[in-house]
Design a protein around this ligand. Structure first.
Ligand SMILES: C[S@@+](CC[C@H](N)C(=O)[O-])C[C@H]1O[C@@H](n2cnc3c(N)ncnc32)[C@H](O)[C@@H]1O
Length: 225
C-alpha cells in the first residue's frame, strides 16, 4: 500500500488518502457518480465524497461506531441511484445490501448498478410499508435509513422492529426540514430523539452533518432492552 494511504480508524474497508475518504473499488475501472479513482498496488480506491454521501460526512465528523464488516447484511432505505450503497458494497464484498427505493427513475440506475455489483439487491418498494418486502429480506446486522420525508423516524423504527437482528445497529440520517420546514432544527432533533427513546431504542451516538449537509443529524441506535 502506498505510504499516503491508510485505514481510517479501525473501520473495515474505509481508507484515508491525503485527507480524503476512499473505499476499494469492487468493480475496477468503473465509476458510480463521477468520483475520482486512484490506483494503488494492484487495486483501485474510489474517493468517497462527503457532500454526496451522508455516511462519509458522518465519518469525517467523528463517527465512532462503524458497524459494517466484510460479510454484513444491510437493509438500506432510500437507496436512490446507489451513491452510498456503492461504497457499502465495496466495504462488504462478502455481504448483502437490500436496497429499498420507491422512485422508478432512481431504480433504473440502481438495477444497472446491481448487475455489476452482486452484493446489491434492488427492491422497488415503499419504506413506509415494510410488510411489502418482509418475504424478500432476511434479518440484518445494520439498518441504514436515508429517506427524507415527514415520518422518517416512524418508518425507521418500523423497519428496525421487523428486520434488525437483536444485536444489530440502526443508522438514521434525519433531515429536520423534511419533518417541519418552519421549526428550529434543534427542536426537531430533540423531539425525534425522544420519540426513539420512548419507543425503546437507545441512541448510542449523534453526529451533526454540517458543513456537508445542512440541518441533518445522524442517529446511531440499538434496541434498548
Ligand atoms: C436523500 S436520497 C438518498 C441518497 C442515498 N441514500 C445516498 O446516500 O446515495 C432519498 C431517497 O429516498 C427515496 N424515498 C423517499 N421516500 C421513500 C419511501 N417512502 N420509500 C422508499 N424510498 C423513498 C427518494 O426517492 C430518494 O431517492
Amino acid at each position: 500500500m502506498e505510504e499516503n494511504v491508510r485505514l481510517w480508524k479501525n473501520f473495515t474497508g474505509v481508507y484515508e488518502l491525503d485527507g480524503h475518504l476512499a473505499t476499494c473499488n469492487l468493480t475496477p475501472g468503473l465509476r458510480v457518480y463521477g468520483e475520482k479513482i486512484v490506483e494503488y498496488d494492484d487495486r483501485e480506491l474510489r474517493l468517497w465524497d462527503p457532500r454526496r454521501s451522508k455516511l462519509a460526512a458522518a465519518i469525517l465528523n467523528g463517527l465512532e461506531i462503524f458497524p459494517f464488516h466484510k460479510d454484513s447484511k444491510i437493509l438500506y432505505l432510500g437507496a436512490s441511484t446507489g451513491t452510498t450503497p456503492s461504497h457499502l458494497s465495496d466495504i462488504t464484498p462478502d455481504g448483502l445490501i437490500y436496497c429499498v427505493e420507491f422512485s422508478p427513475r432512481m431504480m433504473r440506475n440502481l438495477v444497472d448498478l446491481s448487475q455489476l455489483r452482486g452484493n446489491l439487491i434492488p427492491l422497488l418498494d415503499d419504506a413506509t410499508k415494510p410488510h411489502n418486502y418482509l418475504h424478500m429480506v432476511e434479518k440484518v446486522d445494520v439498518l441504514y435509513s436515508d429517506v427524507a420525508q415527514p415520518k422518517q423516524s416512524e418508518l425507521f423504527m418500523d423497519n428496525m422492529r421487523l428486520f434488525l437482528k437483536e444485536e444489530g445497529i440502526g443508522i438514521l440520517m434525519l433531515k429536520a426540514r423534511s419533518i417541519d420546514v418552519t421549526r428550529n432544527p434543534k427542536e426537531v432533533f430533540q423531539e425525534e430523539e425522544s420519540k426513539l427513546k420512548t419507543n425503546g431504542f437507545r441512541v448510542l451516538e449523534k453526529i451533526d452533518l454540517e458543513p456537508y449537509e445542512k440541518d441533518h443529524m445522524a442517529f446511531i441506535c440499538e434496541f434498548g432492552f
